[in-house]
Design a protein around this ligand. Structure first.
Ligand SMILES: [Zn+2]
Length: 98
């Protein structure tokens, strides 16, 4: 058993508690004691490290998206050609009438 896993046995924290604690730490700074408990679990637990990495990636993506839309550089991708869009809209409005 690795060092961090052994230590995690002493702090008694499961993944649910760790991820809730991480979410709270985004809005408010955790007390030092809680921070230590969280990091012991974090270093012992690969799924929690993966979860935190995903949240950080999502946060960076949202920050990037916001900065692009603020500068007006963000152009949404239109997957649907405009004529197809028109056909769908008219079909919907026709079916609403009948
Ligand atoms: Zn975990």
């Amino acid at each position: 058993m690795g060092f961090w896993r052994k230590l995690n046995g002493y702090v008694h924290m499961n993944c649910k508690q760790a991820t809730e604690m991480y979410s709270r730490s985004v809005d408010d700074a955790l007390p030092f004691r809680e921070k230590v408990r969280f990091y012991i679990h974090y270093f012992a637990c690969a799924p929690c490290r993966f979860y935190v990495a995903q949240l950080k990636w999502l946060d960076r993506a949202m920050t990037h998206y916001r900065s692009l839309s603020r500068d007006g550089k963000f152009q949404p991708v239109r997957v649907l050609p405009s004529d197809a869009r028109e056909r769908i809209l008219s079909a919907v409005s026709n079916s609403e009438r009948s």
